[in-house]
Design a binder for this molecule. Structure first.
Ligand code: C2E
Ligand code: MG
Ligand code: MG
Ligand code: MG
Length: 282
């Protein structure tokens, strides 16, 4: 059986497994050193008010431009970083780098523009997130009120009480908290009412399915309804068409993010983000 044959022996060798193993080694050797600045980059995607399209925030998204294979995009990279534990250190880099770029963002998009940073569950469980956030803010001079942290429900699975305590401490500092990808995970409604949250982000799966499936439309509608009743801001992800924008506005979801408004871009291109040509006619 697999145990007796030893963990370093491939039972059924395939080129795929070789590629995966190589990718893991490359990640560990190139992304565990002190030169993250040379390897990693952030791009920014704007969040907009649905009515007039004005920018209300920006989300930092991780890129690894010189990555091997398809690891330049976080859908592939982040799971690997989580498997290897490297996400804790890299998440710290993301947080710091985002805070460092905040000053320029305030110049380009106004001082009220919030910067949103994705935080992995491991950063909440295996690191002192409060201390790290405080340090990033102090060292960069970014105001706490400009920072929003995006967490997914998985962050609350292991030690919910401790996670809730951490969020309370972060909010006491003035940092705001968004629940990312809502609707895709366990979506325990208990969490939604108990967690100290400011915002819920509807996962793009539901937004993109709006056109075809009634089921997804009612899930979308329910999330908006629930969030508004809990006095939470609600942002729809993955808004790609004017029709989706109008549908969301009509349902009371007034904030949105997606290709209709902008793709993620490097810092220097953020100043060019303007309202899309198709305003809501209502
Ligand atoms: P997310 O936080 O839900 O980010 C939104 C993702 O949707 C981004 O993908 C964005 O490029 C994509 N997107 C935005 N608008 C549209 C649209 O209209 N249509 C479609 N089809 N896609 C759209 P990206 O950059 O590939 O990131 C994927 C995920 O990787 C993120 O999902 C987030 O969970 C994770 N991630 C990204 N950066 C970081 C990071 O710094 N730390 C951690 N822990 N996770 C990160
Ligand atoms: Mg996010
Ligand atoms: Mg999301
Ligand atoms: Mg996502």
């Amino acid at each position: 059986d697999a145990k007796r044959s030893g963990r370093h022996t491939w039972k059924r060798y395939s080129p795929d497994m070789h590629a995966v193993a190589m990718a893991r080694l490359t990640v560990l050797s190139r992304l565990s050193g002190a030169h993250l600045d040379d390897e990693l980059a952030l791009v920014w995607q704007t969040q907009h008010a649905g009515d007039d399209g004005r920018v209300i925030g920006v989300e930092a998204l991780l890129r690894w431009p010189s990555a091997p294979g398809d690891l330049d995009m976080p859908d592939r990279l982040v799971p690997l970083l989580e498997e290897t534990g490297a996400i804790v250190q890299i998440g710290q880099w993301v947080l710091r780098e985002a805070c460092r770029q905040q000053r320029r963002i305030a110049q380009l998009l106004g001082p009220d523009c919030r910067i949103a940073v994705n935080i992995s569950a491991q950063q909440l469980v295996n690191a002192d997130l409060v201390a790290e956030v405080r340090r990033a803010l102090e060292e960069t001079g970014a105001p706490a009120s400009s920072l929003e942290l995006e967490l997914t429900e998985s962050a609350f699975m292991q030690e919910p009480e401790r996670a809730i305590q951490t969020l309370h401490e972060l909010r006491a500092m003035g940092v705001s908290i968004a629940l990312d990808d809502f609707g895709t995970g366990y979506s325990n409604l208990m969490y939604l009412s108990r967690l100290p949250l400011d915002k819920v982000k509807i996962d793009r799966h539901f937004t993109s399915a709006l056109l075809q499936e009634d089921v997804d439309a009612s899930i979308c509608r329910s999330i908006v309804f629930l969030a508004r009743n809990l006095r939470l801001e609600v942002v729809a992800e993955g808004v790609e068409t004017p029709w989706q924008r109008r549908w969301l506005m009509a349902e009371g979801c007034t904030a949105m993010q997606g290709w209709l408004f902008s793709r993620p871009v490097p810092l220097d291109e953020l100043g060019a983000q303007v309202a899309p040509a198709d305003p809501v006619a209502s």
